[in-house]
Design a protein around this ligand. Structure first.
Ligand SMILES: [Zn+2]
Length: 243
């Protein structure tokens, strides 16, 4: 095997390890984000529920006040009715009748108010219940995701450690100047940085490389870069199987 082919092979190995590491690192970074967004959503729903509870508290207080007013006036009307029997003065009788009438009218208004409050309260309770169901469902999803995530992340970290060792080994096999070039390109260009050329097309940027560069590449004498995307290129036919 020529030195050139050997070096390209080493770079391809390095590229494979790096690709897997990059994918794993992205998962490690993104996976907790999903969980966090679910937790934020749940916190928001809980906050919404708190807002509704505050309204419920206000309405319950109003309802309590109205009910005690109704009760008070009902008692007063009852007492007045008892007194009415003993009133002999017509004027006083009419005055009492009017007062009772007023209290009963007010109580009817209060009953209407109370009925509205009860309807509003039942509406709010319904919304609270719906929110509670969503909160519970999210809670289950979060708990399930948390436990799989912990396990998944632990596995990925272990795999990363293995890859890190493989990367060191693969890096050691690559001559220093080529490794420097590889790392330089890696720091500037999105993965992958070692790409095959197939039918004269760079698989990194999908652009046809100039004919002379393609002829040079096929000679397999020196490590070349794609003139367009600057990735290190190799001719796919130099490797019957790259896997
Ligand atoms: Zn290219």
């Amino acid at each position: 095997m020529s030195i050139y082919i050997e070096q390209i092979e080493q770079l391809v190995v390095l590229q494979k390890v790096d690709s897997e590491m990059i994918t794993l690192e992205r998962v490690l970074e993104d996976a907790p984000k999903q969980l966090r967004s679910l937790q934020e959503k749940q916190a928001y729903l809980k906050q919404q529920q708190g807002v509704i509870q505050e309204k419920v508290d206000v309405l319950l207080e109003q309802k309590g006040r109205i009910e005690s007013e109704i009760e008070n006036d009902t008692q007063k009307v009852k007492k007045s009715k008892n007194k009415l029997m003993m009133v002999e003065n017509t004027k006083e009788y009419h005055a009492m009748m009017r007062e009772m009438d007023n209290m009963e009218k007010q109580n009817r208004t209060r009953e209407e108010e109370r009925a509205n409050l009860v309807a509003d309260l039942s509406d709010l309770e319904g919304r609270k219940e719906t929110l509670q169901k969503d909160i519970d469902a999210l809670g289950e999803t979060i708990a399930a995701q948390q436990s799989t995530l912990d396990q998944e992340l632990a596995e990925k970290r272990t795999r990363l450690e293995v890859l890190d060792k493989e990367k060191k080994k693969a890096s050691e096999a690559v001559p220093a100047p080529i490794l420097t070039r590889y790392n330089f390109i890696r720091s500037r260009i999105p993965n992958p940085v070692i790409v095959p050329v197939s039918e004269g097309v760079c698989k990194g940027c999908n652009i046809v490389i100039p004919p002379q560069a393609f002829i040079d590449l096929q000679k397999g004498e020196q490590i070349l870069s794609c003139p367009n995307c600057l990735r290190i290129i190799f001719w796919e036919r130099h490797f019957a199987e790259t896997d």
